[in-house]
Each structure stands twice: as C-alpha cells, then as structure tokens.
Design a protein around this ligand. Structure first.
Ligand code: NDP
Ligand code: MG
Ligand code: MG
Length: 340
C-alpha cells in the first residue's frame, strides 16, 4: 500500500519562519488562506481589486496586489483558475521569484502542459486537496480535513518535500491523509476523474436515466427523485464503506438489478471510450483544446452551459428542492461558506 502521511509524521517548523502568499481567494484560495492562518502561519493574499479582495478584507486577512504579495513571500501558492494562471504568472509573479523561494500549485496542469516554466533556482511542488475548496474550509473548521496529494517537480533547496508536507498539514490535510504523487500523475488522474466519473460521467448518467424515464411517460418529479436526489444517499454509503457497504443497505432486489443491469449500461464500450478520454488527456489534446477555447472567449463552453442550465431536470429539481427546506438550508449554508 502507498505510504500515507498524517499530522504526527510532519514537522511544520520548516514553514513557520516563511511568508506564504496565496494568490487568488476563490474556492481553494479562501480555504488555504484561512486554514493556514488559523494554523499559525504568516499569510498574505495576492489579488486584483474586486469581489474577492473585498471578501478577503472582510475576513480579516492581509491583502495586497499579486506582485506585492509575490515579492514579499517565500512560498507562493497560485490558486487562480488554471486558464488565467500563465498570464498572471508572467505579468506579476515571475519577476518576484527569488532564489530558494517555493512556487506551489494545487493542480499540475500549467507546469505539466508547459504553460508555466519556472526558473531553475526555486522549489516547485504541488499540494492538491482531493475535494472542493469549500469542504477544505468546512471540514477544517469541524476539526477534520480533506485528504491531499503532494508532488515535487523541482527540489532546489533540498527541503521541498518538508515544506510541501508542512503546507499540507497547515490546510488540514494531515488529519485525513497525505499521499505522494507526481505532476504528471496528479494532472492526468485529476482530469480523468472529473471528466469520466465524478463530473462528466455522473451528470451524463443522471441525465440519461432521467430522460429515459420521462420519455417513457413517467412523471419528471418521480424521475428526478429516482435519478438525481437519491444518488446522494447512495454515494454517502459508498463513501462510508465502499461497494459492499452500499449493497448491504439496499434490498436484495436492488442488488440483483445492480449486478445484472449495471454492466449493461456501463459496458466494455464505455470503458473503451474512457480509454479514449484518457488518451486525449495524456497526449495533451484535451489541454490544447481547452486553452484554445479560452483564447476564443469560450464560445462552446458558454453555449453548452446555457443549454445545460435549461434542461428539464434543472427546472424540476429547483421546484422540488424549494419544497425541501433541509436541502435548501444546506445549499445556503454552502453558499455562505463559498463567499467567505
Ligand atoms: P476559483 O475560480 O475559485 O478562483 C478564482 C480566484 O482567482 C478569485 O479570487 C479571483 O478573484 C481570482 N482571480 C482570477 N483572475 C485573476 C487575476 N487576473 N488576478 C488576480 N486574481 C484573479 O479557482 P479554484 O479555487 O477553483 O482553483 C484554483 C486552483 O486550485 C486551480 O489550479 C484548480 O485546478 C485547483 N483546484 C481546485 C479545486 C476546487 O475545489 N475548485 C480542487 C483542487 C484543485 P476575483 O474575485 O477578482 O475574480
Ligand atoms: Mg480538477
Ligand atoms: Mg428504489
């Protein structure tokens, strides 16, 4: 089994005398900045003036321009959207990197696909929480944490690993477990996971099931509960105890249906197409198309997003969730954390 590192294995002293700049204050940025600060580290946030700036000031963190924050920090964590990182790096960060500084990422995309080419005299590593930023913050506040991966791209000082682990401990990941990876593995598995299973796979499966029932004449509300709402309850059981635990809880009829019909839906053809998705990630085809889409101001992204937001499942879902106060409350609580 791969070695999993926990808080007790980590000495954070190596990071205590350093200044950490968190560039960006979005999903991951706010969580890293606040968690590190509350863990006793010296944090400055780098931003442009705007919504995030105001939020960071309101949250009581020290906020400066990206260039100023990068200049005064020893450890610079870039938590901007991946597609904007190269521009901000070139304009406001690159010239302020000093020998022995650390340049840090939460996703290997830009380094792995050569969009950012760091100088040779700095440490370059990643600390990637395996969960959404708002949960990185919420679980930390609850005394728990989200697991994280760390990977070393360049170890100039000879201390990159110690600094990476101390950073991961500071954001709370050492309570859940920290695993070593490489920029290549983190980038390719992260992109594959979100495309084939977690986001793309799950939304396409839910929509296909919902449409099948509605097209067969069943009520959209029933189809919504069956194909979307209940998925959360099933995933909770998977999360807590794996496949066996989930199957223990469902009826034998459901389990038999799982065995005989699951492989009819997700079959060898699906897996072959998953391999194609993985190949496009590995060859850089996906990265290139996404970078070009951004250069063209996202014509396809916007069109697909608009169409998806108008899908019947979204309309029905909104009405039903409005009638479930507990779901609504949870969503509002999440939003509050999100804007924190
Ligand atoms: P967000 O989209 O949530 O972050 C946006 C932040 O970047 C905002 O604070 C925004 O400020 C700021 N920003 C955008 N453009 C600029 C600019 N030109 N100059 C200064 N600030 C700017 O990003 P995420 O947290 O989703 O992602 C950050 C990194 O973390 C990425 O590398 C991502 O792959 C990785 N990651 C993300 C996860 C997640 O949970 N979302 C999970 C694991 C890794 P403003 O308000 O001014 O626009
Ligand atoms: Mg990702
Ligand atoms: Mg049932």
């Amino acid at each position: 089994m791969a070695k999993v590192v926990y808080n007790q294995d980590i000495n954070e002293a190596v990071l205590k005398d350093k200044k950490i700049a968190i560039i960006g204050y979005g999903s991951q940025g706010h969580a890293h900045a606040l968690n590190l600060k509350e863990s006793g580290f010296d944090v400055v946030v780098g931003l442009r003036k705007g919504k995030s700036w105001d939020q960071a000031v309101e949250d009581g963190v020290d906020v400066k321009s990206v260039a100023e924050a990068a200049k005064e920090a020893d450890v610079i964590m870039i938590l901007l959207p991946d597609e904007y990182q190269p521009k901000v790096y070139n304009e406001s960060i690159k010239d302020h990197l000093e020998e022995g500084n650390a340049l840090v990422f939460a996703h290997g995309f830009n380094v792995h696909f050569n969009q950012i080419q760091p100088p040779e005299n700095v440490d370059v590593f990643l600390v990637a929480p395996k969960g959404p930023g708002h949960l990185v913050r919420r679980t930390f506040e609850e005394g728990a944490g989200v697991p994280a991966l760390y990977g070393i791209y360049q170890d100039y000082t000879g201390k990159a690993k110690d600094i990476a682990l101390a950073y991961a401990k500071g954001v709370g990941a050492g309570r859940a477990g920290i695993l070593q990876t490489t920029f290549q593995e983190e980038t390719e598995t992260d992109l594959f996971g979100e495309q084939a299973v977690l986001c793309g796979g799950a939304t396409s499966l839910v929509k296909a099931g919902f449409e099948t029932l509605v097209e067969a004449g069943y009520q959209p509300e029933v189809a919504y509960f069956e194909c979307l709402h209940e998925l959360k309850l099933i995933v909770d059981l998977l999360y807590e105890g794996g496949l066996e635990n989930m199957r223990y809880s469902i009826s034998d009829t459901a389990q038999w249906g799982d065995f005989v019909s699951g492989p009819r839906v997700i079959d060898a053809g699906t897996k072959a197409r998953m391999k194609d998705v993985l190949t496009d990630i590995q060859t850089g085809k996906f990265a290139k198309e996404w970078l070009l889409e951004n250069q063209a101001n996202r014509p396809q992204f916007t069109a697909i997003n608009n169409a998806e937001n108008n899908h019947l499942i979204e309309k029905v879902g909104k009405e039903l969730r409005d009638l479930m106060p507990f779901v609504k409350q949870r969503k509002m609580a999440k939003k509050e954390v999100a804007s924190n």
